[in-house]
Ligand binder design. Structure first.
Ligand code: GLA
Length: 410
């Protein structure tokens, strides 16, 4: 009898463990916003194995891996223009003479995770073979290469139903048994924040970003987004953001031509949004300022806060915006942002400030509670909320403060 009981208990434990690990694959691949690097913003389809290996090496030597970046993602343009006779995708033999498995091995050997790109349509946005009708075989191929992340685009999809197309690919990835983060990229056209949770771990919320801070500059017959135009679309959907289902306001343009101040603000704002952080610059040619921005651990900790809450906006006098991100342990990140074209004053009598947010259950009366502050870019203590704060904020600049409840002294 005891033996039967022991065997039964053993079987139940195994079932429980199997179930727990299945659930893990399904729901916890990205408890924090994924961080990585992607080829597209700088190189588009002009990529090749030798150049990318240098990039992998720089990823590590620049301190990005140490700072928390993990994924190394090849965007569009990695494959040949045609599938092979058996219907399989083929890595472009000129760009990747040693094949994709060898390249993935190189990435893994450096302690990074490997990501790749395809599209739900018949062709990718750059005209390479898309996955439509090949979902399961493509997923198996990626798994055999050791792919850890798939960005899945939305060009040439005709009348496809977006939620269904993404669910099909999601199921195909899961059927491989390999944990592969699924990055949905339909540009926010079908309100993915309403259905993408459980389908993918992150979903683009807008069209493509460009290295422009607040002007949307047309390129031919198409007008990409700017940093601020994307920012302004995020607040309304902040309540959908959270662990394993991240609103993705697109990749970073840090180091791609904006001013250092603008790069710093762009990075800070994306961290305030709890956004996935995909650098998109040439890692071989980073200025010290670019490295400093991308690897600011204190700023990254705000992005990676376990609560995963995206910031909301308050407007202060003098047109300065205050973005507020509730953090764990009753801490708070405050990002003062001057999007105007001239310097603005911040004159803040803390005790008059009340910050409330139903969504996160935040209700702070600074007249009743004191916080100590730390400046995330000066990287030093910045006093507390007992005294008035007077500051000047340059055009397009931010001041990011991390507030901690002060320990009562009496
Ligand atoms: C779309 C995506 C971009 C990039 C390109 C590749 O425009 O939104 O991020 O992947 O396709 O062709």
């Amino acid at each position: 009898m005891n033996l039967i009981k022991t065997i039964l208990t053993g079987c139940l434990s195994i079932l429980w463990l199997a179930n727990a690990s299945a659930q893990k694959t399904e729901t916890s691949l990205a408890p924090l916003p994924p961080m990585g690097w992607n080829t597209w913003n700088t190189f588009q389809t002009k990529i090749n194995e030798d150049m990318l290996k240098e990039m992998v090496d720089r990823y590590v030597s620049s301190g990005m891996r140490e700072a928390g970046y993990r994924y190394f993602v090849l965007d569009d343009g990695w494959m040949s223009m045609d599938r092979d006779a058996a219907g399989s995708l083929v890595a472009d033999p000129v760009k990747f003479p040693h094949g994709m498995k060898a390249f993935a091995d190189y990435v893994h050997a450096k302690g990074l995770k490997f990501g790749i790109y395809n599209c739900a349509g018949s062709k990718t946005c750059a005209g390479y073979p898309g996955t439509r009708g090949h979902e399961y075989e493509d997923a198996r191929l990626y798994a055999s290469w050791g792919v850890d992340f798939l960005k899945y685009d939305w060009c040439n999809t005709d009348s496809l139903n977006a939620p269904e197309a993404y669910k099909t690919m999601s199921a195909a990835l899961r059927a491989t048994g390999r944990p592969i983060v699924f990055s949905i990229c339909e540009w926010g056209d079908h309100a993915p924040w309403l259905w993408a949770g459980g389908v993918g771990e992150l979903y683009r919320t807008t069209g493509d970003i460009s290295a422009s801070f607040n002007v949307r500059k047309p390129i031919g017959n198409w007008t990409p987004q700017s940093v601020t135009s994307i920012l302004d679309l995020q607040e309304a959907i902040r309540k959908y953001n959270g662990p394993n289902h991240w609103n993705d306001p697109d990749m970073l343009e840090v180091g791609n031509g904006m001013s250092t101040v603008e790069d710093r603000s762009h990075f800070s704002l994306w961290c305030m949004l709890a956004a996935p952080l995909a650098a998109g610059n040439d890692l071989r040619k980073m200025s010290p300022q670019t490295v400093e921005i991308l690897t600011n651990g204190e700023m990254i900790a705000i992005d990676q806060d376990a609560r995963g809450i995206a910031a909301f906006k308050m407007v202060l006098p003098d047109s300065v915006e205050l973005w507020v991100k509730p953090l764990k342990n009753n801490e708070l990140a405050l990002c003062f942002f001057n999007r105007t074209g001239s310097t603005r004053n911040i004159s803040l009598n803390w005790k008059d400030l009340i910050i409330t947010d139903k969504f996160s259950g935040t209700d702070i009366h600074f007249g009743k509670e004191i916080f100590s502050m730390r400046d995330m870019w000066a990287r030093k203590a910045a006093g507390d909320t007992k005294s008035k704060m007077e500051k000047q904020l340059a055009s397009h600049d931010v001041l990011v403060l991390r507030l901690k409840p002060a320990v009562a002294t009496n």
